[in-house]
Design a protein around this ligand. Structure first.
Ligand code: NAP
Length: 255
């Protein structure tokens, strides 16, 4: 039988921010590709419902309540995964927040502190802990959920754009440092996909019209639009690809 390059059979994946939106879509995609999926977020009820759905389709995984802004919760997530499965092959650093729309002259120090902790420090700390496991294994895949906001100027989003730009630099640095351990580190950069995070913008004609003018494909995407790219970076299909960022943007960057 031909090898399926995109299969995740036998792999263990951790996905943060999996209770809804992009993280949930990726969790479902990975489970359907054969991975055991450890889903993390603050809302345990939503996570348990997701695990039940995955199991109903023949998948496997479990939920861990985790606030990524708490260092202890990040350590606990790694410990729980190792206790259950004894390996971590894939980490998707997906949990993130955004203060749509805050103009730069209104941004406070508290906003910076919160944004930096959740969107930048937490993904690094979790990658550091998971990275130690992956170094011992001599293999691993880390996928950081960045944003087109890390590549373009984003009016009303200065803290968000800065954290996502920083996440791209973490991606490249870890990729270069850890290539010798057969760990790849890549990033996804979606533009605007319809989730709770972007509701304030996608449901407002005033905000959405100028943004849509920058999207050649002509409409906002949906969470499932990131699944193929997330599968690519997690699977053998991308074995020789590291330190890169893949835009999922309906053509925005090209225009
Ligand atoms: P979402 O629908 O608001 O979901 C955010 C997820 O992150 C939820 O599962 C939430 O779960 C979790 N989360 C938030 N704060 C957390 C914390 N402190 N600890 C643990 N989990 C936390 O957002 P989304 O649109 O799916 O976004 C997911 C990622 O994609 C983010 O990093 C975002 O920046 C990025 N992104 C999104 C878009 C887009 O257009 N949607 C575009 C570019 C990049 P709980 O509330 O249960 O904790």
């Amino acid at each position: 039988m031909k090898k399926n390059l995109f299969s995740l059979e036998g792999k263990v994946a951790i996905i943060t921010g999996a209770s809804r939106g992009l993280g949930k879509a990726v969790a479902n995609g990975y489970a359907d590709a054969g991975a055991k999926v450890v889903v993390a977020a603050r809302n345990l009820e939503d996570l348990n419902r997701l695990v039940a759905d995955m199991e109903q389709r023949g998948g496997e995984g479990f939920a861990v309540k985790c606030d990524v802004s708490q260092d202890q919760d990040l350590l606990n997530l790694v410990v729980k995964t190792m206790e259950r499965y004894g390996q971590i092959d894939i980490l998707v650093n997906n949990a993130g927040i955004s203060p749509w729309v805050t103009w730069s002259h209104e941004v406070t120090s508290d906003m910076w502190a919160k944004m930096l902790q959740v969107n930048l420090v937490a993904p690094f700390l979790l990658a550091r802990e998971v990275g130690k496991v992956m170094m011992d294994q001599k293999s691993g895949r880390i996928i950081n959920m960045a944003s087109l906001g890390g590549l373009l100027g984003m009016p009303g989003q200065v803290t968000y754009a800065a954290t996502k730009g920083g996440l791209l630099q973490i991606t490249k640095t870890l990729a270069v440092e850890w290539a010798k351990y057969n760990i790849t580190v890549n990033a996804l950069a979606p533009s605007i996909l319809k989730t709770d995070l972007t509701m304030g913008v996608t449901q407002s004609v005033k905000h959405s019209e100028p943004l849509l003018r920058r999207v050649p494909i002509g409409f906002f995407g949906k969470p499932e639009d990131v699944v193929g790219a997330a599968l690519y970076f997690a699977s053998d299909a991308s074995s020789y690809v590291t330190g890169t960022v893949l835009p999922i943007d309906g053509g925005t960057l090209a225009s």
